[in-house]
Ligand binder design. Structure first.
Ligand code: 5MM
Length: 336
């Protein structure tokens, strides 16, 4: 077993998942302003430290994806954030892409940037304590999207990123996200997600990435949020498993889904069903941003000094997600 494989398995062991706390300052500002909190550097770390020092972190979260600002910050008692996480048994990770930008010659699509100077940035993050990294390619679904150009260039960038990360002894999370926005059918989501994931693996293999030392972070198969033909959670789970079974090489140890705008309960219930029906050898867990933090953020915003209360809300959500990652969640447990 390689060291990278060990890290990937450790992050996702026993139903543990990943907290995606890597919102860039722009996104975090939107999140904080939506609950009427000023997006100062101090408030950003206050909220994040509240989650990072919770029991839920210890019990359920195997890894946290940090943003560049956060990996350099200290807790209120002066501890470096990567150290705080490691002491709780959670691995510090870091988002290393520099964002999705308008693609030349296909202006309605995005290409993720950040390859220039990446080798040097990775060394710095490794020295700051990072054990894994994340890069997100983002695709929209419509009749003509994602285009071949977007599928090809994002897969190429993801593979170059992953190869550099492994060279620096960290586990790359490979995140191709097909967005829920639009009125596409679940069948379209299935077809296009399969095409995107297959192309990502073609490129990862071409770039000699060790597939046993990565974590895939995909979307689930859902109809577009504006589609009138929504499918059941059971159908989502079955289509998601079918898509991954057909598109992901069996060497990959773990899959950690993004929540992508699903509600907390929907993201939990779908993950639970995926694990109930899972007929693959992949660990199927979570790497949620919004679906882990939304309720905790709302609670915290009412009184930012209520650390214990906010942690209780987060602990519950993390526990529900971890049960779902083992196929042991039920709606009744939400009210216990
Ligand atoms: C936490 O949000 C991440 C994106 O932040 P920026 O857009 O500011 O870079 C995002 O990559 C996230 O890790 C994944 O999309 C999963 O988050 P959700 O909320 O979809 O589970």
């Amino acid at each position: 077993m390689s060291d990278l494989n060990k890290i990937a398995l450790k992050i996702l062991e026993s139903g543990k998942g990943i907290l995606a706390a890597d919102e860039s300052t722009g996104t975090m500002t939107k999140r904080l302003e939506s609950v009427k909190i000023d997006s100062t550097s101090d408030n950003r770390i206050k909220f994040r430290e509240t989650l990072f020092s919770s029991n839920g972190m210890k019990e359920c979260i195997g890894g946290v994806i940090l943003y560049d600002e956060t990996i350099r910050q200290k807790s209120s008692d002066g501890k470096e954030i990567p150290k705080l996480l490691s002491e709780l048994g959670s691995m510090p990770g870091i988002k290393v892409d520099t964002g999705a930008k308008e693609m030349a010659n296909s202006s309605s699509e995005k290409i993720t940037e950040g390859l220039d100077g990446l080798r040097e940035r990775l060394k710095e993050y490794f020295n700051l304590g990072a054990k894994f990294t994340k890069w997100r390619g983002v695709y929209n679904i419509s009749k003509d999207h994602p285009s071949k150009l977007s599928i090809h260039s994002n897969a190429h960038a993801l593979a170059r990123y992953a190869a550099l990360v492994q060279e620096c002894n960290m586990v790359p999370i490979v995140e191709p996200e097909l967005l829920m926005d639009g009125n596409h059918s679940a069948e379209d989501c299935f077809k296009k997600t399969s095409e995107v994931i297959k192309k990502c693996f073609d490129e990862l293999i071409l770039h000699k990435v060790d597939l046993t030392g990565i974590i895939l972070k995909p979307n689930m198969i859902l109809a577009g949020s504006e589609s009138s033909e929504q499918i059941s959670n059971e159908e989502t789970a079955k289509l998601t498993i079918k898509c991954l079974k057909e598109s992901v090489p069996s060497d990959v140890p773990g899959i950690a889904f993004l929540s992508g705008g699903q509600t907390e309960i929907q993201a939990t219930e779908n993950l639970n069903l995926i694990n109930k029906f899972n007929e693959t050898n992949f660990i199927m867990s979570y790497s949620y941003g919004r679906a882990l933090q939304q309720s905790a953020l709302k609670h915290w915003a009412k009184d930012i000094s209520d650390i214990a209360g906010t942690q209780k809300v987060f602990d519950h959500r993390a526990k529900m997600c971890t049960l779902a990652a083992q196929g042991k969640w039920s709606k009744e447990l939400e009210n216990v």
